[in-house]
Design a protein around this ligand. Structure first.
Ligand code: NZQ
Ligand code: ZN
Length: 395
């Protein structure tokens, strides 16, 4: 079991009507002039945005709005937000939306006090030293950004480079989570969200350190819960109990709880980020398209771990005479589950066509930062492995 330092400072205000507390919470964390940041319109259509602004204004909190964040949020919007916050002397950013809006808010938060080009932080030229306080009113359980230290931005000015930067400075001060606000999610987004949630825990479960009994038990319970609830919620989108389990799981899956004693792998995430950057696909769907290929690539050298996963999470019966077959059945069970949700299990299913050899080379080059980086804890995925896995997923 690896030594660890667990820090998860976000206040979670969960439940029906939790958004009523927004003004008190903003005040508690010192906000007087607030940027209310949102996406393409779902928050406006549902009335949530208007409600947030009204509650803040009634409490004498000044607001300025900036909408239009796209899924896989872009640098151009971050720059607009930084300029607006400086002009309006904003001291607090409230993200109303999902991972894309929250990450855009975090990036703006980093950018306002930073004197250089904000992309320096993703480019490795600088490390974050400060961030305006950020908080979230979450409308989609998926990315887990409401409790994570991560901020993923796509540089749309430089060939759609998607990069993440991690720092506790950007962690949300609070996250308001009302499961009822997720009833309006399209089935595809619900499914992609559940996939992403599970992947955040699977990418910690499959790591080099595998003797953390309690963390394993938490992870396995989380994965079983999301798996079962995701299938059911597609049939009953307005079921509060199901939406609530998934929403809470989304935060726990990525607030590092399921990493205690272990280590992030996140190789599948790195491979996926190139797909969503280049082709604009939904992150969770991209993960579903890639995971089976990553798993088949690494499994032969980690059979026991895959057997534990197959039995404890996917309900596969263990064949003690053929553990590799059991491990493989676990991988196939995940892919069957993705199909049940309507998620793709290959790149052609994701994009409607295979990618070309040139596109694979480009993704490998971007993912590895020109061959300089390899990823993974269970196993290091270098450029050779990246190429092999993209090719496996391309069939
Ligand atoms: O833009 P609007 O109109 O709001 O529509 C959104 C968007 O189209 C819609 N939506 C959200 N809530 C809704 C709703 N539609 C109806 N009713 C609601 N209640 O859903 C679509 C997807 O939203 P988005 O915010 O993009 O989803 P998600 O939370 O999956 O975020 C994805 C982004 O987060 C990054 C991903 O790479 C991607 O860029 N990630 C961030 C992480 C982090 N910061 O910790 C970790 C993740 O691994 C991930 O990489
Ligand atoms: Zn993710």
């Amino acid at each position: 079991m690896k030594d660890f330092n667990f820090y998860t400072p976000t206040r979670v205000v969960f439940g029906r009507e939790s958004e009523e507390k927004v003004a008190d919470l903003v005040k508690q964390y010192g906000g007087k002039r607030v940027l209310v940041h949102y996406g393409g319109g779902s928050a406006r259509r549902s009335g949530l945005l208007e409600k947030m602004v009204k509650l803040l204004n009634e409490a004498d909190i000044y607001t300025v709005e900036l909408g239009g964040v796209v899924p896989n949020p872009e640098l151009t919007m971050v720059r607009r937000g930084i300029e607006l916050c400086r002009k309006e002397q904003v001291d607090f950013i409230l993200a109303v939306g999902g991972g894309s809006v929250i990450d855009s808010a975090k990036a703006i938060g980093y950018g306002v006090p930073y004197e250089g080009d904000v992309w320096d932080l993703w480019d490795g030229k600088a490390v974050p030293q400060a961030c305006l306080p950020v908080a979230a009113v979450l409308t989609i359980p998926a990315a887990g950004s409401e409790m994570s230290s991560s901020c993923v931005i796509t540089n749309d000015e430089a060939g759609m480079l998607k990069r993440g930067v991690n720092s506790d400075l950007c962690r949300c001060k609070f996250a308001i989570m009302n499961p009822e606000r997720t009833y309006t999610l399209p089935a595809y987004q619900t499914a992609a969200g559940a996939t992403d949630i599970m992947m955040h825990t699977m990418e910690r479960y499959f790591c080099a350190h595998q003797d953390m009994m309690l963390t394993d038990a938490i992870s396995e319970a989380l994965l079983r819960t999301v798996k079962d609830c995701a299938v059911e919620v597609l049939k009953r989108p307005n079921d509060y109990r199901l939406r609530a389990q998934i929403m809470w799981a989304g935060s726990l899956a990525h607030n590092d709880l399921t990493e205690c004693g272990g280590e992030k792998d996140f190789a599948t995430h790195k491979l996926e980020h190139e797909l969503s950057a280049m082709f604009g696909v939904t992150h969770g769907a991209g993960l579903a398209a890639m995971w089976g290929s990553w798993a088949r690539y690494v499994m032969p050298r980690h059979v026991n771990r895959f057997v534990q996963f197959a039995v404890n999470v996917m309900g596969v019966e263990c064949d003690y005479t053929d553990l590799s077959a059991t491990a493989l059945r676990g991988i196939e069970a995940v892919e069957d589950f993705y199909r049940t949700l309507g998620m793709p299990t290959s790149i052609p299913e994701l994009l409607g066509r295979p990618v070309t050899p040139g596109e694979i080379d480009e993704m490998v080059d971007k993912c590895s930062h020109g061959g300089k980086l390899a990823y993974g804890s269970l196993e290091k995925i270098d450029t050779t492995a990246m190429t092999a896995i993209y090719n496996m997923a391309n069939k």
